[in-house]
Ligand binder design. Sequence first.
Ligand code: KPL
Length: 298
Amino acid sequence: MRILVFGAGSLGTLVGGLLASVHDVTLVARDPHAARVSAAGLDIVGAESAHVSPAATTTETGHSAGLALVTVKSFDTAAAADALADCDVGAVLSLQNGLTEEMLASRLDAPVLAGTATYGARLVEPGRVECTGVGRVVLGALDGGPDPLAERVGKAFRDAGLDTLVATDMPRRRWEKLAVNAGINAVTALSRVENGALAGDDAGELAHRAARETARVARLERVSLPNRVAREAVDRVVEKTAANRSSMLQDVESEKQTEVDAINGAVVDIAAGHGFEVPTNRTLAALLRAWERGEGIR
Ligand code: KPL
């Protein structure tokens, strides 16, 4: 399959690099990463290791591919959709934080699949990505239910050795992931601790509260996500990724814009649409936005 990875940062480079063992992959990335991969290939190190040679470019438009994998930060989704509208792609799969698929679907003709990836990835240097944890890709139809396109994409991923589940309940899975991110990302970023530090701590209770509010909003959106399931999902991820620094903590540490708008901010906005208040998510979003303003990145 011809696969375009749109936004080859750490996760996109790792997943694209693994897919490149059997597929014709092009990474759309920034220089010097793109130039280094073009010139000398990509080294995958850590829990997975390989040397692969995907194509790499900084050019965002004019590509043709059977699948475009979108791994840009959530706040770059609109720009990615505009560039993809100038490409010829058969299908789009988002592996991003936040509920970004709706924006892609509203701007693109190609069918959009929803996905989550729990691989840990770190771009060590241009042309070198570390797999810090072998995870799983889950993908499926945005509205749930069986989908032949999702099955084809799932097979393409499995052919490349990626542990991939084609799910028929993506609406619930997307909200569960949003609940986990709403709790863990903001709290770890504000308190500057690894995910594991939330276990049994008051900060962990704050993460539970944000996740429970998110589950309530999911139910207002007619997605069945009990509070208990959201809270247990937070605990599971805290335990499994104890040594990880959340993506939002990494953004804060490198003084970059965070994904707060697409995570806690989205929970606040969707809740408001139902006339419902989510004070924990509102407070977390306000604190992160204040930090971004203070850093001059908002
Ligand atoms: O998705 C994550 C992130 O950091 O963005 C979690 C699941 C919280 C793992 O760190």
